[in-house]
Design a protein around this ligand. Structure first.
Ligand code: ATP
Length: 665
């Protein structure tokens, strides 16, 4: 069936069709496969802007729009009711990007309409003034578009070209508009530049465009694709995603960073499936791991959708890092019970003394003592407490150490281990046996503790393609700065950044970037990671930021906001309230219930509005998010309002990405 390819736009079109029409589409595709175009009425169109565009008959009402690529090959672009199909087809023109050699679609009529509505000459402060005409062409912008781009002075104007300009070119322009210098945009493209592009060869161009065109190898592959038509991520990756996920060879650990929603998880899943498919040794395995059980469950489900082959999936273990540590410790013969958070917190509270709170002691233990594997007070006296705020005098260190020791002894006496302790134990145990995994893929790497990194390092054979790490330094839950290099995980020269946001609307991203400022977060590779160049493929409503004078009026405002969303028809389960600390959860849940708003309770299987800390909301998607308690104390800690916080929940497609930020100054 190499004769028919499908375009990315076809999948959502297919998903919207009734079953009967879907069957007719599959039958039409089958006719292409059989080289019989008979009955398809493959027709050229009068007035079409592209001589290679055709329509085919699907049934009495529907027509497919196809592009003749040459050599009797076709790409199916869309399936629409008859008149809509004709209107779609005559407006479009397909061209080949002169720099990247990829196939591009222009809404030629749309571009003409846009031009007619603009002033004749260039504006005084154009959005692309920092790029010369030559630069634009060098970045793959079609020459005939340059005069039009010179009249653009606002983001909004640029966004009104969404769907009219070729995606690749719009992506370049969005990068420039977001403040990236020409050279930085160029460096993102550089690896994909093709020399000697034949701009008339549509077929070669289509083959170079896997992010939008998929050549289908046969009915089995087609059926697998059409099984999940909403999941474009399974089939069409951004070129950078594809490049990093399907690279044959990394000489050692590789790190992929990117803000929330840039498709890191998707990239990691493709990598895991790719590595598993290539394992020749029957006993070799790939480990996919992450910080929480909920995210691990979601990874498992996504992997299931990505790869239907049970033999491939059997070679991939998806386990949360806590479970992994637990299993290694149990296999190593340890006898213990996991210390419930509440129990451990109580121990820490009872150890509080000399002005050190239980929470401080706990963090000191985790982020200094366990992180750096300190076993004596002498070690602790001498250690650098980087990232822990105020310094401690020698006498204070002794006090803190004594308090930590008291808790450690009490835990040991009760045969309790915390998850971090277990990771430390498991790392030591794992180092004594041959590594069970050939490859490991780590999602949400920013949240892992050094002990967990040591465990993972010990579980995989060092060497090419050993570790594939995905992380967003802006989404750190704890402010602990982990240096991978110091943990024996050297990623220098193998770090890539994803910048195109698939989930967050332009508006939400814009707000998030403003709140976070242009400051860099410290990356796991020790380098600064900035938000410059992050851009979004979707647009939505403008988020609302509301300030309140006190907590009570903030909560009142919150209830009103959630009520408004419900009145607007948003389902309760598509709304999330993110709070900074767990203590507020019960209060908010009660207030919502008092206002007759259903609140979700996963343990009892009750559906409703989710109220949880940011951390617990991870892995879930929402249409609307209210984030509460973003007061002045919180923002500098960067814990509350990150693009992740905002976007993960404020999922945009139906409700326009509403997000409210209730903040008490
Ligand atoms: N190539 C793609 N095409 C279409 N959708 C995509 C693509 N890549 C990712 N997505 C979608 O974008 C959303 C975000 O992807 P993903 O969860 O992989 O991002 P992430 O960077 O891991 O986010 P986070 O840091 O918040 O975990 C998901 O809904 C995913 O299906």
């Amino acid at each position: 069936m190499a004769d028919l390819a499908i375009d990315r736009g076809f999948l959502p079109a297919y998903a919207r069709l009734q079953r009967r029409v879907q069957d007719a589409v599959v039958a039409a595709i089958g006719k292409f496969a059989a080289h019989t175009h008979a009955g398809l009425h493959l027709e050229r169109l009068a007035g079409a802007r592209d001589p290679n565009i055709r329509t085919i008959r699907i049934d009495r009402f529907y027509r497919g729009v196809v592009l003749a690529l040459g050599e009797d090959r076709y790409a199916l672009l869309d399936v629409l009711p008859h008149d809509d199909a004709i209107a779609f087809a005559v407006r479009r023109r397909f061209t080949v990007n002169q720099v990247l050699g990829v196939l591009e679609m222009r809404d030629e009529a749309g571009i003409e309409e846009f031009s007619r509505g603009q002033p004749a000459g260039p504006t005084s402060a154009g959005l692309f003034d920092h790029a010369s005409d030559k630069d634009l062409v060098r970045l793959g912008i079609d020459e005939d578009l340059v005069p039009l781009l010179r009249v653009i002075s606002t983001d909004r104007q640029l966004e009104s070209l969404d769907g009219r300009l070729p995606d690749t070119q719009l992506d370049v322009l969005r990068g420039l508009a977001s403040g990236m210098p020409v050279e930085e945009v160029w460096s993102e493209l550089a690896a994909r530049v093709v020399s000697g592009v034949d701009t008339d060869d549509l077929l070669a161009a289509a083959r170079r465009t896997p992010e939008r065109i998929r050549f289908v190898s046969g009915p089995v592959e087609l059926a697998a694709i059409l099984d999940h038509p909403f999941d474009a991520w399974r089939v069409f990756l951004h070129p950078t995603q594809r490049d990093v996920a399907y690279r044959e060879f990394y000489s050692g650990p590789a790190l992929v960073t990117g803000s929330a929603g840039t498709g890191k998880t998707v990239t990691g899943l493709h990598r895991a499936a790719f590595l598993a498919e290539r394992l020749t040794d029957q006993s070799a395995k790939v480990l996919v791991t992450t910080f929480t059980r909920a995210v691990a469950d979601s990874l498992r489900r996504q992997l299931h959708r990505l790869n239907a082959d049970p033999a491939v999936r059997a070679r991939i273990d998806v386990v949360s890092v806590d479970k992994l540590a637990y299993e290694v410790a149990v296999r190593g013969g340890q006898r213990f019970t996991i210390a419930e958070n509440a129990v451990a917190d109580q121990l820490w509270e009872s150890a509080a003394a000399f002005g050190f709170t239980g929470a401080f002691l706990k963090r000191e233990w985790e982020q200094v003592v366990l992180a750096q594997q300190l076993t004596t007070v002498e070690d602790y006296r001498a250690v650098k407490r980087a990232g822990r705020g105020e310094g401690l005098r020698a006498a204070q260190r002794d006090q803190v150490w004594a308090a930590i020791e008291a808790v450690r002894h009490e835990l040991a006496r009760r045969r309790l281990r915390t998850h971090t302790q277990l990771a430390d134990d498991a790392a030591a145990l794992a180092r004594r046996s041959p590594p069970p995994y050939r490859h490991v893929v780590v999602d949400e790497g920013q949240d892992l503790h050094p002990a967990q990194w040591r465990l993972l390092r010990a579980l995989v054979t060092p060497g090419p393609n050993d570790m594939f790490l995905l992380a967003d330094p802006y989404q750190r839950i704890y402010d602990s700065h982990v240096s991978l290099a110091r943990l024996g995980i050297q990623v220098r020269g193998r770090a890539r950044r994803l910048t195109v946001n698939y989930r967050t609307t332009h508006e939400i991203l814009d707000l998030s970037v403003k709140v976070l400022g242009g400051d860099a977060a410290v990356g796991l590779d020790g380098n600064g990671d900035t938000l410059r160049g992050y851009r979004s493929v979707t647009r939505g409503a403008t988020p609302v930021v509301a300030a309140w004078t006190d907590r009570d009026s903030e909560l009142e405002g919150l209830i009103e906001r959630v009520g408004t969303w419900l009145d607007q028809g948003v389902e309760p389960h598509a709304i999330a309230v993110a709070v900074r600390t767990g203590q507020l959860v019960a209060t908010i849940a009660r207030l919502l219930s008092d206002a007759h708003i259903p609140v979700a309770d996963e343990r009892r299987g009750v559906d409703g509005v989710h109220v949880a800390t940011m951390h617990r909301l991870k892995g879930l998607e929402f249409q609307c998010l209210a984030a509460v308690g973003l007061d002045a104390n919180v923002l500098p800690a960067r814990q509350a309002l990150t693009p992740a916080t905002v976007d993960r929940h404020a999922h945009d497609r139906t409700c326009g990405g509403n997000a409210a930020f209730c903040s008490s100054p």
